[in-house]
Write a protein that binds this ligand. Structure first.
Ligand SMILES: Cc1cc2nc3c(=O)[nH]c(=O)nc-3n(C[C@H](O)[C@H](O)[C@H](O)COP(=O)(O)OP(=O)(O)OC[C@H]3O[C@@H](n4cnc5c(N)ncnc54)[C@H](O)[C@@H]3O)c2cc1C
Length: 474
């Protein structure tokens, strides 16, 4: 039998090579060859090879007017078809500049294609920081915010809560600007826009003075302790993540990220302080991970788990994530633990994080402090697609909401019933996009947004030619 570490290492090596080839192919492709792009993990080949790479807002306006149907692409890190289009894709990868840093107002305005890895060092240079980051800096600001991407922290809202202004090119080419100062309610409606409102060409984010952080990892915490002291553990730092494979009723690793000016936690019940840097998948080397062992460093090199310039996570993988109201955290964790024997064989690792409530209509944390239960799966969709409905059934009593950018099988009617502002959001989408130019199969199935006038959906290739729309959304 191949040992787990050897298996995972071989898996990651093969997938990194494949991914490098794929990425190289993508960057060569552009419009010229019409070659179809894949998403980051390679589980999805987008349905069209027709891709434009605008360099300015004027380019975006022209392209939006030119095409009957199109979708904006960020850094392609979503695992489902939310970003897909059978007709045309508009990648904002070349619109990646910082436009203005307003030190007095404490905001930064960026172009719609910039990623956090490009933005954060620029902020640091000027003495500023964002309130939080996801597990990786590689994702685009616009793509992350429009899908309610989050990090962790009992008092930290998701990344979208930092948005104080948006510039969106609507379906008729009109440039719409929204800001917290002028129209906060409308901004709240639009920030988690699921790519349905138009092409985001500018995002303004709240910033704060830079801060240093330290990161500690503890190993082997009995699950009984983690559940008995859940709130205390999740409050043990500015941002706390629990990693488990659900195998031995334990939390494999607790990652605590503390502000250097805050309290330091030297002990964590019976968990053992790690003596070297660790990867969340303990069998993998930690060279791709941010510095641990209490070494101080800037916020953007401690808040993510993975370093820019390295492959985050495992590589060839699938991801799912489910949000439940924080008051149900322990019951939800115990429900998943009971499924452990079924889950573990298909899993690389699970992560449990805390996210504060927000006021963003389509955010899974809308008006509820939440806990997110994340799963990094081996890339075996037939097996994972069997497990997701089981997990969703176990979490149903807690009115679970899935991550918009990851894989789920929740029935559309159930999903829609979990968003009380969905009706109003549909009206907003119809205002920006009356003829469904920015709609796709994912949006019409999950949100029941009006389908596009043209309905010639070509299914994308999902993993091994599964009909993703059907498998993942029904
Ligand atoms: C390794 C890995 C780790 C991850 N870690 C986390 C994590 O810690 N927390 C978390 O919450 N999620 C996480 N995710 C999920 C990820 O944050 C989301 O999928 C996010 O949406 C990715 O952003 P993107 O730029 O790649 O978006 P894409 O996949 O390119 O697009 C996503 C959506 O945004 C829309 N969009 C993108 N750009 C624009 C634009 N300019 N205008 C209008 N619409 C636009 C697209 O149309 C689509 O609807 C992770 C994913 C991976 C692969």
């Amino acid at each position: 039998m191949v040992p787990r570490r050897a298996f995972i290492n071989a898996f990651v090596q093969v997938s990194s090579t494949l991914m490098a080839r794929r990425l190289f192919a993508s960057s060569q492709a552009g419009d010229a060859t019409g070659q179809r792009l894949t998403n980051w993990s390679g589980n999805l080949t987008y349905a069209t090879g027709s891709v434009s790479y605008p360099r300015s807002v004027d380019d975006v306006v022209r392209l939006v007017k030119q095409h009957d149907r199109l979708k904006a692409l960020g850094t392609r890190h979503c695992f489902n078809t939310i970003a897909d289009s059978p007709d045309h894709l508009l990648s904002l990868r070349d619109m990646n500049h910082v436009i203005a840093l307003d030190a007095q107002a404490r905001t930064v305005t960026v172009e719609g294609g910039i990623n956090y890895g490009q933005l954060c060092p620029r902020l640091e240079e000027k003495g500023f920081a964002l309130h939080n980051l996801a597990s990786l800096p590689h994702i685009s600001v616009a793509g992350a915010c429009t899908t309610a991407t989050h990090g962790s922290g009992m008092k930290n809202g998701n990344l979208s809560t930092a948005v104080t202004g948006l510039e969106i090119v609507a379906a008729d080419g009109t440039i719409v600007t929204l800001s917290k100062a002028k129209d906060e309610a409308r901004l709240h409606a639009a920030v988690v826009g699921l790519g349905a409102l138009g092409v985001i060409t500018k995002v303004t984010l709240a910033v704060q003075p830079t801060f240093a952080m330290r990161q500690w990892v503890f190993e082997d915490q009995p699950l009984s302790q983690a559940t008995a002291h859940f709130d205390e553990i999740m409050s043990a730092g500015y941002s706390v993540s629990l990693f488990t494979d659900w195998e031995r009723e334990r939390i494999n690793e607790v990652w605590i990220k503390s502000r250097a000016d805050g309290d330091v936690r030297k002990t964590l019940f019976d968990a053992k302080p790690a003596t070297k840097n660790l990867h969340p998948i303990a069998e993998l080397g930690a060279e791709n991970c941010t510095e641990q062992l209490g070494v101080p460093g800037p916020w953007f090199e401690r808040l993510p788990h993975f370093r820019m310039g390295f492959t985050p996570s495992s590589g060839k993988e699938l991801q799912s994530e489910y949000f439940v109201p924080r008051q149900h955290a322990v019951d939800a964790i115990l429900a998943i633990q009971r499924l452990g024997p079924r889950i573990t064989p298909h899993l690389f690792i699970s992560e449990i994080r805390a996210i504060d409530a927000d006021a963003l209509w389509m955010s899974p944390c809308y008006q509820q402090p939440s806990i997110a239960l994340h799963f990094t799966w081996k890339q075996d969709w037939p097996a994972v697609s069997q497990l997701l409905p089981v997990i969703e059934r176990e979490l149903a009593p807690f009115k679970v909401r899935p991550h918009w950018g990851k894989l789920f099988t929740l029935a559309p009617a159930v999903l829609q019933s979990r968003y009380e502002r969905l009706g109003a959001f549909r009206k907003l989408a119809a205002e920006f996009d009356p003829r469904g130019k920015f709609q796709n199969a994912f949006l019409s199935r999950t949100s029941d947004l009006p389908p596009s006038e043209r309905s010639t959906e070509t299914p994308s290739s999902f993993a091994t030619d599964h009909d993703f729309y059907w498998c993942a959304l029904h």
